[in-house]
Design a protein around this ligand. Structure first.
Ligand code: ASP
Length: 321
């Protein structure tokens, strides 16, 4: 029986924020405190901006996570097989407004570009050099290039694959994902969700995961709830666990049961060690569930103004890093 870890329900009220720092293998890593500090800052930013509107709040929460440098998004993004940063991000509000950007290299904060797409363009998804040109034209801050830690990890893993010491890319995939970021926010009865990532280490150039795609990496429904996902994007694109979780909430299923059921269904379809989700309903109840080894999360809200960060530990596998 695959192991699924569930957190919640926790009653946050309105406004409410839940963020995560990526489902994956977290045991044995030395920077847990930094990571908990990063998710704390993400949730605090979301709560701080909640009065400006739900889209602003979710964007500021995710931008703070992208700026942490210790998570796989924004300036901490992992590298493709050929050593480049290629990022995906997306955002959706319950006003059926959504924007996603994929394979972007220019912006420091891809979530800000995704929010521009959602607000201003008659499109939902934008990818590649044209999206980068738009980011530059808008005057968005430029990405500083690969972080020393991302570069180090890329070198080690690539060497392992090249020397034949490790198995093929497909078989080491469980070592290669994680630390992606996401957030769900409720403010004045409105909901928004977002995800942002550098993707999977050693991914093929041009690969697009679930994080820029509404209904895959994130999903919200007005008056019902929202969800953000992390894990192996290829399974999330196919299984759409966020849509499933939000549909269950619409049927009256409590958030924690909806989160568990969505991860259980995903595990049945694709096996273990591939998914974590955070969920928030329109009444201000939050929950999270995962089938991996760990997932850092943080919550804050009207009834819990002090941000509570924690590492959710589970029985899943995943590499020690
Ligand atoms: N879902 C992300 C992707 O596949 C990776 C992650 O969540 O760690 O691009």
């Amino acid at each position: 029986m695959a192991s699924i870890t569930v957190y919640g329900p926790v009653r946050l009220g309105d406004p409410a924020v839940i963020v995560h720092g990526g489902a994956g293998g977290w045991r044995g890593i030395s920077r847990i405190e930094e990571v908990l500090g990063a998710v704390r800052a993400g949730a605090a930013a979301g709560l701080h901006h909640a009065r400006k509107g739900v889209l602003e709040a979710v964007v500021e929460a995710v931008a703070a996570l992208e700026d942490s440098g210790v998570l796989n998004a924004g300036i901490g993004s992992v590298l493709t097989y050929d050593g480049r940063v290629e990022m995906d991000a997306g955002v959706m509000t319950d006003a059926t407004q959504a924007g996603g950007v994929a394979v972007v290299t220019y912006p420091r904060n891809p979530v800000r570009l995704a929010a521009y797409v959602a607000r201003e363009l008659p499109h939902v998804l934008l990818a590649g050099p044209a999206a980068d040109e738009l980011a530059q034209r808008l005057g968005l801050e430029k990405h500083p290039g690969p972080s020393p830690r991302a570069l180090e990890r890329w070198k080690t893993l690539r060497e392992k694959l090249r020397s034949g010491e490790g198995p093929s890319w497909a078989r080491v995939i469980h070592e290669l994902y994680g630390d992606t970021v996401g957030a769900v926010v409720l403010s004045a009865g409105r909901l928004a969700a977002s995800a942002s990532t550098g993707g999977i280490v050693l991914k093929h150039a041009g690969r697009i995961g679930d994080s820029p795609v509404p209904g895959a990496g994130f999903y919200v429904e007005r008056g019902v709830g929202g969800c953000s996902a992390t894990g192996i994007g290829e399974t999330i694109l196919l299984g759409r666990p966020c849509v499933y979780a939000v549909e269950l909430i619409a049927e009256g299923v409590p958030v924690e049961e909806a989160a568990r059921a969505a991860v259980a269904r995903h595990t049945q379809l694709f096996g273990s060690d591939n998914l974590g989700i955070i969920v928030l309903d329109a009444k201000g109840y939050a929950a999270a569930a995962m089938n991996t080894q760990g997932m850092p999360i943080a919550v804050a809200g009207q009834l819990k103004p002090n941000v509570e960060p924690l590492m959710l530990w589970g029985g899943g596998g995943g590499a020690e890093r």
